[in-house]
Each structure stands twice: as C-alpha cells, then as structure tokens.
Design a protein around this ligand. Structure first.
Ligand code: F6R
Length: 608
C-alpha cells in the first residue's frame, strides 16, 4: 500500500527519496512522486508508472537540487491512479507539500469548507485538504499551523510535510498509520517502513499515535498529542541492508523461499535455550494460562492459513477449543470472548488494518492478546499484551513465504510451551516434537535443493485454467496456502478444498485433464484421501499427490507424486508447503507474471 519517505540533510534529497521509494515498491503502488525544496520553491516529479520512470525523469535525481524533500508511493483509494491524484500534494500558494498514508474520513466536509473559503482543488484525493488547511492556518508559525491542521483531521494518517519557508524542517505526524524516524549522520529521515531506512541508518524512533516530529539535519523534536515534548528511545534495527536486496536472485520471492531454513532456525533458536522452550517475560503467566478455556486465532491471508495449521496443533497439544477466523469477519461478529479467552493475532507486517481492529475488539472484551509478528515495533506488536516475534527479517516479495514458515514455528513453540505447563500432552509426545523441531531447517533445505524437479512439474500447470488442491486435517490447512500462493502470483484460478467435501458440490467442476493436487502428509488419513483421489481420477483429473518419503505407494501410474521428507505428524505443514511455494513461483515465472509485485496486491494492507 502507500509508502512515505522524507529527507532533511546536507546531501541530495532526491537521491535518498528515489532510493527509498524503490525500497518501498514491494508494498504495491500505482503512482509515485517526490517534492524537493530548491531556492524556496518545490521541484516535483511524478509518475503513474514504475519508480524507474522517476529515476529517468530526474536523471537519477541529479536534475533535482535541494536537501529537503518528501516522496510517496500511492495505492489508489480516493480517485484513480493519475498524475493529479498522486502525491505530493501542494497548497494553492505552493508553500506546503504533503504526502499522506491512510484515509481522512471527514475530507468531503473539510473540502467543501475550503472551497467555500476560495481554495481550488486539482485532485480527487482526500489528502489534498491537508496542504490547503496548512495554508489556511499558517501565519508564519509552522508548528501552530500543523497543530491546527491535525486537530481538524479525522481518520488515519501518516504524514510527511515540508514548507517553502523553512528550508531545513521535515515534519512527520502519525495517527494509526505507521511512521518511523531514521536518525542519521548529518541527516534525519522519515519512512513508513524501515526497509527504506536501513541503507542509511539503523537508528530509528517509532512514532506513536498522536505524535508529531519536527526534524532538521541536526535535531529531532517530538511532541505528543497534548503538545508536550515527548522523550523517545532510539531503537537499533537488526536487519541489515542485504535483507532488502535481491542478492543475486531474480526475484525477492525466490530469495525469501531460499532463506527459509535460516529464518526458521533463527526463530527456533530465539525461543529455545539449551533444549528448553522459553517465551521470555511474557505476561501470559502460568496462572493465567491455566484459566484459558478458549483460544481465538485471528489473521488475514497467509497468516490466517498459518493459524489454520495452528488450530490443529494447539487443539491436539492443549485440548483447548481453538477457533481460527479471518480478522475481517471476526471484528464485526460480536464474538463471545472474555478474560479466559486467549486471542492469538498473527501478522507478518504487524500493520494489517483488519487484524489490528480485531485485536482491539478482543482486547476490549477482556481477552489476553498474544501477537505473532515479524516487524518489530509495528502497530499490532505494540497493541498486544505479549508479542512473540518471528525472525524472518524483512519480507519484500508481496507473496509471503518465510513469514508464513516462521509463524508456523512460533505456533508450534507456543503449543509445546503451554502443553508443558498444562500437562495436556504426554512427555514422549513433547520430547518427540522438541527433538524433531531442530531438524526442520535441514529438511527444508533438502526440498529446496531439489527445486528443479518442481520447476519441471510447473510446466504441466502453466496452461491450466483452474487447479484444485485437496487435503484433510493439516493437509487441508496447507492446501489453503498452496492455493493462495499459486493464484496470487500466477493469476490461475485455484481452490483449496477439504478432500472429503469435494463430493458435496465442487466435484462437478472436475473434468478431463483438470489438475488436482492432493496433499497426503497426514499419514493416519491416507486411506481417506486416497478415496478422494480415486473419485477425482475417475472423472478425468490429472492428479499430483504430495507425500512424505516412504509413506505412500499409490501403485497407480496415472498419479504423479512429489515427495517431501518425513517428519512428526504435527509439523508436516513446515515441509509440505515448500514445494507449493516453489510451484507457484515457477508457474508464475513460466507465464511471465510480475512475481514480486502481483497485480492489484499490496504487501501491507493498511485499509479495511
Ligand atoms: C499472501 C500474503 C497475504 C498476507 C495478508 C496478511 O501471500 O502475503 O495474504 O498474509 O495480507 O498480512 P500480514 O501477515 O502482514 O498481516
């Protein structure tokens, strides 16, 4: 979704802004622009194409002089993608330039008032009211104008503001949309996402809701919502610059797929000290845990699919009912929740609007909130009672891979940790899981080392119109993710179905040659899934069965098989998903799709 960058310093603002916007491309956008102050006026460059067009339009930034500037990638909500609607937006007197993420809910009322005051608008955006309000309230004191403007705004925003009268001041304001300050040497920076900052600095300040920052190259002043000076801590990001680069891979998605053994290992190691699982100083004490009689898992997209796996694992280990639900449904359902409910919110970005709203809903009802999040300091991490961080590092490709894999690991660890305390699983079972978990990274590596096999299989899928994924139990949960991965990046229609449910309607869609992928990792349900394979085979389906080593012999030449290493039955998702990430990648590659930036999708979905 939309992205913001801002620079005040001694060097070229355009250079930082363009490179920063390039780092934010992964979030998804349909137009972009920069404004740099030079000789008391703004130089603007905008595009409705890719950031590389901005580089070309400005000769890599060399044509735009000045060392104060803001930039933006826009994902259209109010008004189509167009140059007029793209940011930065200017006030009528061209004294203020503004970039904005979020939605100004009362913009139409404000716009009418401003039109009545004689202001002229050139865009359809909600954002344009902001520079006009700044102009209206500006009487020579920028801080006063910003304060008066912010008071008028309803909704969510992260703002970058510059004023032609103040050649060094970069202003940042946050309410409900993420915004981070980068503390550099001879420069200070603003970005909506740390990936735009890591190549310049690792020292950051996370703004809180209601805070406004005034930055110059040498100073940082932050005020809270009451206007009092806020004392903020500088955090040091542990992501390095290579994590935001492709490092020789053609696509971030493949790089991130290949990083999974390492990310899974790091996640495991951060909660496993000398063979013992410890979740740090979490507020979910033994006493509290013992009172929990229900677990709600809420999330969106792939994070929801990780939760779907978590349901099977947690119910098995804890014997506590687990409900997994899409955050967008949960938040408007009036769920039955109280202080004995544990709500687990899963989110890679930590900024997904629906997941954050669901979290707040559950919190209001007294539930203890445990968040499984990748991005440190993100809104969901801050709003939760406890956070268990995944250690995936920055995930740039829109289609999540390592984010999902590390979420699974945290859910397993949560299950084992809680089962140990509650005594709900037998010691041998927990030991078997503990012994197997450290082997998962190398087993993932083994699958990855055979990726060319999956590249071959992908050829059979590239021309398909529709593909079905079927499975039972955890296999079904993985089918959901396998199907999403394929459709989101290859644009081939696919559906995931509980294998036993097919004959209740969907089987009518199976015809001669329809590809059906049967996930058969759950050994105890092999015979059941095999019956479903026979059902679709009898109707002409081309079946690819995914099985653990040594587990399954189909004795049927028509069924192609794809093997993954055997593991503990509760952990199969971690291995079984890998071939399908690769399959989606290779099918999309074969079909010439934009793998890292699939059409219409955004990395972090900050609107509901
Ligand atoms: C799919 C994908 C999305 C996200 C979903 C939730 O590959 O990435 O479905 O999983 O938008 O995002 P987070 O985890 O950031 O809350």
């Amino acid at each position: 979704m939309c992205g913001i960058v801002g620079y005040t310093g001694k060097s070229s603002a355009a250079e930082f802004l363009l490179n920063g916007l390039e780092k934010l491309e992964y979030r998804g956008y349909d137009s972009a622009g920069i404004a740099v102050l030079h000789d008391k006026s703004f130089e603007i460059s905008k595009t409705i194409e890719r950031i590389e067009t901005l580089f070309a339009q400005t000769s890599n930034g060399n044509n735009i002089k000045g060392s104060l500037g803001i930039g933006h990638t826009r994902w259209a909500t109010h008004g189509a993608p167009s140059l007029e609607n793209s940011h930065p937006h200017l006030s009528n007197d061209r004294k203020f330039a503004v970039v904005h993420n979020g939605i100004i809910e009362n913009y139409s009322v404000l716009k009418q008032e401003l039109i009545d005051d004689g202001f002229q608008f050139t865009s359809e955006t909600d954002t344009e009211v902001i520079p006009m309000l700044l102009q209206k309230y500006y009487k020579g004191d920028i801080k006063a104008a910003v304060t008066a403007t912010l008071k008028k705004l309803e909704g969510s925003f992260a703002l970058g503001i510059i004023c032609a009268d103040s050649p060094e001041t970069l202003i940042a304001a946050k309410r409900f949309s993420p915004l981070i300050l980068g503390i550099g040497e001879n420069c200070n920076l603003v970005a909506s996402d740390v990936t735009a900052l890591v190549s310049h600095t690792k020292n950051v300040i996370y703004l809180e809701d209601g805070e406004t920052a005034f930055l110059t190259p040498a100073s940082v002043e932050i005020y809270d919502s009451e206007g009092a000076m806020a004392n903020k801590r500088i955090s040091v990001i542990d992501w390095d610059i290579s994590s935001a680069q492709k490092s020789g891979y053609d696509h971030f998605m493949m790089k991130e797929i290949m990083e999974q053994p390492d990310c899974v290992k790091k996640t495991l190691e951060s909660y496993n000290k000398n063979g013992e699982i410890t979740l740090g100083n979490i507020k979910l004490t033994e006493q509290k845990l013992k009172k929990i009689n229900k677990i709600e898992i809420v999330a969106c997209g792939s994070a929801y699919h990780a939760g779907a796996v978590g349901k099977y694992v947690l119910e098995e280990l804890l014997r506590i009912p687990v409900n997994v639900e899409l955050a967008s449904e949960f938040r408007y359902r009036n769920p039955i929740i109280d202080s004995n409910t544990l709500t687990v919110v899963i989110s890679q970005s930590g900024e997904t609007a629906d997941s954050l709203a669901a979290l707040k809903e559950a919190k209001k009802m007294g539930s203890h909130i445990l968040a499984v999040v990748n991005v440190v300091g993100s809104s969901i991490a801050k709003a939760a009672d406890d956070v268990l961080y995944t250690r995936a590092g920055p995930e740039i490709a829109v289609a999540t891979t390592k984010g999902y894999s590390t979420q699974l690991i945290v859910l397993y660890l949560l299950g084992i940790w809680a089962a140990n305390i509650l005594g709900t699983a037998n010691k041998e079972q927990l030991k078997a899981l503990n012994d197997e978990l450290p082997l998962i990274p190398q087993k993932i590596s083994k699958i990855l080392s055979q990726k060319s096999l999956i590249q071959d299989i992908a050829q059979d899928f590239a021309n398909a119109k529709s593909i079905f994924f079927i499975g039972r139990n955890i296999d079904y949960a993985v089918s959901l993710e396998a199907s999403l991965k394929l459709k989101e990046i290859s644009y081939i229609h696919s559906e995931a179905y509980a294998a036993g449910e097919l004959k209740h309607g969907t089987i009518s869609l199976i015809e001669d040659g329809t590809p059906v992928v049967a996930l058969c990792g759950c050994k105890r349900l092999h015979d059941k899934t095999l019956s479903n394979i026979k059902e679709v085979g009898a109707r002409g389906a081309r079946v690819l069965a995914c099985v653990a080593d040594r587990d399954f012999n189909f004795k049927d030449d028509k069924i192609k098989t794809l093997n993954f290493p055997a593991t503990n039955p509760l952990l199969i998702a971690s291995l079984e998903v890998i071939p399908f990430q690769l399959l989606a990648y290779y099918v999309a590659l074969q079909n010439g799709c934009d793998i890292d930036k699939p059409r219409n999708l955004a990395k972090s979905v900050t609107v509901e």
